[in-house]
Design a protein. Structure first.
Length: 221
């Protein structure tokens, strides 16, 4: 199903004007781009989707927050990884929100709530609640200061067994600095650097450790 969803996006020639609220695209010079272009160049590959699917199937989170929906490829993978999970995914571009909602309706993905909002605005509203998440996927903006700011705002919404996944930790010097800062945060007990993404764990009973894993040498993810 992951490959089919990806192929479906690659066939869609619909053009949208996209508003980038984060670091922007290194490839697209114009805000107008087709779904097929975005599916081919930006966002998760099929291999990325498969890794995320396996991670969610392994951790079995019941509540998931994703910052950065885009075309919904990662969201789709997480929804398949645990069909019982309640997923909230936040996207700043209204065209992408509407497009992805339509795709999920067609695919009968029902336990996903797509919110059109700036990340800071959503997190500020979330901070007025006591809601917690088992798994948080930070996949938007790709700049140092905003990434660290989102992380701080998320602290009250984590519990002992929560996991935060930060995508594209080597995307730029800023993201490398962000990753090095996040993994030394006093609340973080263990970190896993896979080069593609980083995982942060908060279990107080764990001895502080940092791991580096070469995913290409494993069949697990």
């Amino acid at each position: 199903m992951l490959k089919n969803y990806h192929k479906h996006l690659l066939r869609d020639k619909t053009v949208y004007k996209i508003t980038d609220l984060g670091a922007g695209s290194r490839v697209f010079q114009s805000p107008s781009r087709s779904v097929s272009q975005m599916a081919k160049i930006a966002g998760s590959s099929v291999k990325d989707m498969e890794r995320l699917f396996r991670l969610i199937r392994y951790f079995k989170p019941e509540s998931i927050l994703e910052l950065g929906t885009s075309l919904g490829k990662s969201t789709f993978a997480m929804a398949l990884g645990n069909p019982e999970a309640q997923i909230i995914t936040v996207e700043g571009d209204e065209n992408l929100v509407n497009f992805t909602k339509q795709q999920f309706q067609k695919s009968e993905i029902q336990k996903v709530k797509i919110i059109h909002s700036d990340f800071d605005d959503y997190l500020n509203q979330l901070n007025q609640t006591d809601k917690t998440f088992d798994f948080v996927f930070i996949d938007g903006n790709h700049r140092l200061e905003p990434t660290l700011r989102y992380f701080e705002k998320l602290q009250k919404h984590l519990h002992n067994d929560s996991v935060i996944m930060v995508d594209d930790i080597y995307w730029s010097e800023e993201m490398q600095t962000a990753w090095q800062t996040l993994k030394t945060h006093p609340n973080v007990k263990q970190s896993v650097d896979t080069f593609y993404y980083g995982l942060l764990f908060f279990r107080k009973e764990q001895h502080p450790q940092d791991f580096i894993i070469n995913l290409d040498s494993l069949n697990l993810f």
